[in-house]
Design a protein around this ligand. Structure first.
Ligand code: PFF
Length: 450
């Protein structure tokens, strides 16, 4: 029986949490959350976001955990074992495709963070005002190849960690990077509270301006909740297959969700006060952190050091998420296609870097290529965050709520009856009805049906 064999996984519970929180906490929290909240009404967005995280993200995460730990398989193998000979296998493939696509645009922004470490180390922001920094950013992202080189460098780092395997790669590096990241973000947000615009920034983040929240904003909140928690694309399935058998899945999910939400809020607290202090438009979009923070650091005592620290933080956050994305196709190639780990890593890394270069170049030489009014990068992000991830979420709900034998879920969640689970019926009800219907409504809105 498959579910009795346990393959080598994370060594410790802390390692498992660090890896999972490492996947969840990423550019999504620090780069994306502040600007999406900025464009969608600040506090109102935050409330809807937290609601989706708890009401939908949590149940779907727990279902993904249960499936992966039960099957002890990669994203495709899970369905091969639990639903042999059915079209659920296609869903497994879709997950692998989503992870691949996400990493292709994730690598773009991660490459930007590396350039910014370099610019901070060489003190290139010194004496530049907000406008100059805008120019530096725009010149960089539109350069014909510089950003692709940094992206490739980032992908090589990601591949090198993944090549080391689960314990010596993923777990080892997550255990170092995550605590450091946490310390830096706390220091930065405390620092931002001392700025003159702190009150306006905090008001913007925490005061719900419901009139600014549109249906699109609600859609963005769900997409962001899924993206930020890493649910809906086989990451959690794959990582869960490495979680030790005696660890409590509900417990781990709650810790991961709490960390993820906390870091998003801290990032908002670090960035939005600065936005208001230096009169940057909170709706600046994807460039927000890259435009705001160098200006902030200019005006801080020992600003150069803060700048280097911040962009290292951002790179760590990106790396621990990127490795989780890369692990999905790599685990698939190793386990389903019987490739050796180094070869699988090399193949997946090269393909993703190649596809990713189109995303990166869409701010430069390919800037005139538009899909549905968006550039390639924006279209790829939209497709993944607003369509593929919610679709993945619905399919997970249907698979575990309707198709799968409930005793499998119960046994995984309760560790075969050892843990007391009080809300199982409610949980199944949410999984069967509430979560898929909510996600469906939002998905239909994304594709323009309602
Ligand atoms: N959760 C990561 C973030 O918030 O940056 C991004 C991510 C990682 C998305 C892994 C999806 C994923 F599978």
């Amino acid at each position: 029986m498959h579910h009795q064999q346990t393959r080598p996984g994370f060594k410790s519970k802390f390692g498992a949490i660090a890896a999972l929180a490492g996947s969840a906490v990423g550019l999504g929290n620090i780069w994306k959350f502040p600007y999406i909240a900025g464009t969608n009404g600040g506090g109102a967005f935050l409330l809807v976001y937290i609601f989706f995280t708890i009401a939908i993200g949590f149940p779907v995460m727990l279902a993904e955990f249960s499936l992966g730990r039960h099957s002890q398989q990669n994203a495709l193998g899970t369905f091969r074992v639990l639903a042999p000979g059915t079209s659920w296998l296609l869903f497994g493939l879709l997950s692998i495709l989503s992870a691949t696509l996400i990493l292709s645009f994730y690598g773009t922004v991660s490459g930007w963070t590396l350039e910014y470490i370099w610019l901070s180390l060489t003190n290139s922001f010194k004496g530049q005002n907000a406008e100059d920094i805008n120019t530096i950013f725009n010149n960089f992202i539109s350069h014909p190849y510089k950003a692709v080189l940094w992206q490739s460098g980032f992908m090589i780092l990601t591949g090198a960690i993944i090549m080391g395997g689960v314990q010596k790669g993923i777990e080892r590096y997550s255990k170092i990077m995550m605590p450091l990241l946490f310390l830096i973000i706390i220091a930065l947000s405390i620092n931002s509270l001392t700025l003159s615009g702190a009150a306006a920034g905090l008001k913007f983040l925490f005061r719900p301006a419901f009139t600014c929240l549109t249906a699109d904003g609600v859609l963005a909140a769900l997409g962001q909740a899924f993206f930020s928690l890493s649910v809906g694309m086989g990451i959690l399935l794959t990582y869960a297959s490495y979680i030790p058998r005696n660890d409590s899945l509900p417990h781990i999910s709650l810790k991961v969700i709490l960390t993820d939400t906390l870091v998003a809020i801290l990032a908002g607290m670090a960035i939005l006060p600065a936005v208001f202090s230096f009169q940057i438009n909170p709706q600046a979009g994807p460039g927000l952190v890259f435009l705001t923070l160098p200006t902030v650091f200019q005006n801080l005592p020992a600003g150069e050091i803060w700048a280097v620290l911040f962009f290292i933080l951002l790179t760590f956050a990106a790396l621990t998420s990127a490795i989780s994305l890369l692990e999905v196709p790599v685990a698939y190639l190793v386990e389903e296609k019987k490739m050796k780990r180094p070869a699988a890593t090399l193949l997946a890394t090269s393909v993703i870097t190649f596809i990713g270069s189109f995303n990166t170049l869409s701010f430069g030489p390919l800037r005139n290529v538009h899909i549905g009014g968006m550039n390639v990068f924006e279209a790829c992000d939209y497709l993944c965050s607003n369509i593929l991830l919610p679709l993945g979420g619905i399919l997970i709900c249907i698979f575990s709520g309707w198709y799968l034998d409930k005793s499998i879920l119960f046994n995984e969640i309760s560790n075969n009856g050892i843990l007391k689970i009080r809300f199982f019926k409610l949980y199944i009800f949410i999984l069967k009805y509430i979560a898929p219907v909510c996600i469906l409504l939002i998905l239909l809105h994304a594709v323009g049906v309602i």
